[in-house]
Design a binder for this molecule. Structure first.
Ligand code: ZN
Ligand code: ZN
Length: 373
């Protein structure tokens, strides 16, 4: 784990090489997952400019921060990277200062995909002859392929969220509201070892038909299915994300019938993961089973998304994505069936593609979880 906190400078070199190959002269990386991936610095995204300046040739890379943020930047893993950390004062124009340290002329600049529009436009004014493009085109290729250390970090996140699902019976009780249950579950996400809560979906009864349902004051009743999709970020910056579907007491026969279909589809997908399988093929494997059983129109989203320092990142497991899975790619497999006005179900595991198949990082049962009342 220590090796992740001491962010390897070779990530900077790999990013420089990949950017050079893509014809980009400099990457400008603002606070967010790309900055954290490259430097270990989990800077807050604020109005003042904080930016990693990573030229592919010429000037050395540097981390450019507001003066008041310099102590925090130096204390972060970025301080141990061996790159210059330099600051600007309140009355400076930080964009002009960055431009002043770069070669002039028709530079091709790769901007952080999450950079605020006001910063993008300020860089455009400071470097009028530069061509702006997205750094993500380069960085996602690196971030999508996890190192063994990163897979360990995802495994740790998965086991933390598994702990919360394993203890759900304590909180998910008939007569409570989704919001009451959600508050307890959020606290448990932190207790289980995450440093932040990313989302808590407690979707009871008809709310289960909305995949991204927001917590409400609806009271949970006996006999209702409840979709619980939860995730957080660990101190190392890696995310968890797992869905299980519960029922307090016995569900209807109609619900049981499609839950069984969903479970077979999700199992077929997790068993199919291997290098060379395309993302769209993986989506198709589950969709076909659900469609053949007559529920195709109720599976209203893609099968999954990549996961790492962001909950949603490449690769997306979706029709039209012919990317071949490779060892080290991590993603969710989360088919769902949603019956408008009635209820819904989803089963979600995080998986890592390995040399000889796939590893499911979540260990809790995928059976419908019947809770007492
Ligand atoms: Zn989820
Ligand atoms: Zn997910």
């Amino acid at each position: 784990m220590g090796s992740l906190n001491r962010r390897p400078p070779d990530r900077l070199r790999r990013a420089q090489n990949a950017a050079a190959e893509a014809g980009i002269d400099v990457l400008l990386v603002s606070p967010g997952p790309d900055l954290r991936y490259l430097t270990g610095y989990a800077a807050l995204p604020l109005e003042r400019l904080t930016c990693l300046v990573l030229p592919t040739t010429g000037p050395e890379p540097f981390l450019f921060v507001p003066r008041l943020e310099k102590p925090a930047a130096e204390a972060s893993p970025a301080g141990g990277l061996g790159i210059e950390i330099t600051s600007w004062d309140e009355t400076d124009d930080p964009y002009a200062m960055v431009a002043g340290r770069l070669p002039t002329g028709a530079l091709r600049v790769g901007l952080d995909n999450h950079m605020w529009a006001e910063k993008v436009l300020a860089f455009r004014s400071a470097m009028p002859s530069a061509e702006q493009s997205l750094a993500g085109v380069v960085l996602r290729e690196l971030r999508m392929r996890k190192t063994p250390d990163e897979v360990d970090a995802l495994r740790e996140a998965a086991s933390a969220i598994d702990y919360v699902h394993d203890n759900m019976a304590q909180w998910l009780v008939a007569g409570r509201t989704e919001r009451e249950v959600g508050a307890d579950v959020a606290a448990a996400i932190i207790d289980a070892g995450h440093s932040s809560v990313d989302f808590v979906i407690i979707a009871s009864g008809p709310n289960g038909a909305s995949p991204h349902h927001e917590l409400s004051d609806r009271t949970i009743n006996v006999g209702e299915p409840v979709v619980v999709d939860i995730g957080g970020t660990t101190s190392q910056g890696y995310c968890s994300d797992s869905t299980r579907t519960y029922c307090i007491g016995e569900p209807s026969t109609a619900f049981r019938k499609y839950y069984d279909v969903l479970q077979s589809a999700q199992r077929a997908q997790t068993e199919a993961v291997r290098p060379g399988l395309t993302a769209e093929m993986l989506d198709h494997i589950g969709r076909e089973i659900i469609t053949e059983a007559g529920y195709g129109q109720y599976f209203i989203h893609r099968t999954g998304h990549g996961i790492g320092m962001e909950t949603h990142e490449d690769p997306y497991i979706v029709s039209g994505n012919n990317l071949e899975l490779e060892p080290g790619m991590a993603f969710s497999v989360e088919p769902g069936i949603y019956m408008p006005g009635l209820h819904g179900a989803r089963i979600e595991d995080i998986m890592v593609c390995t040399q000889d198949g796939g590893e499911i990082l979540n260990r809790t049962s995928r059976q419908l979880r019947l809770l007492g009342h």
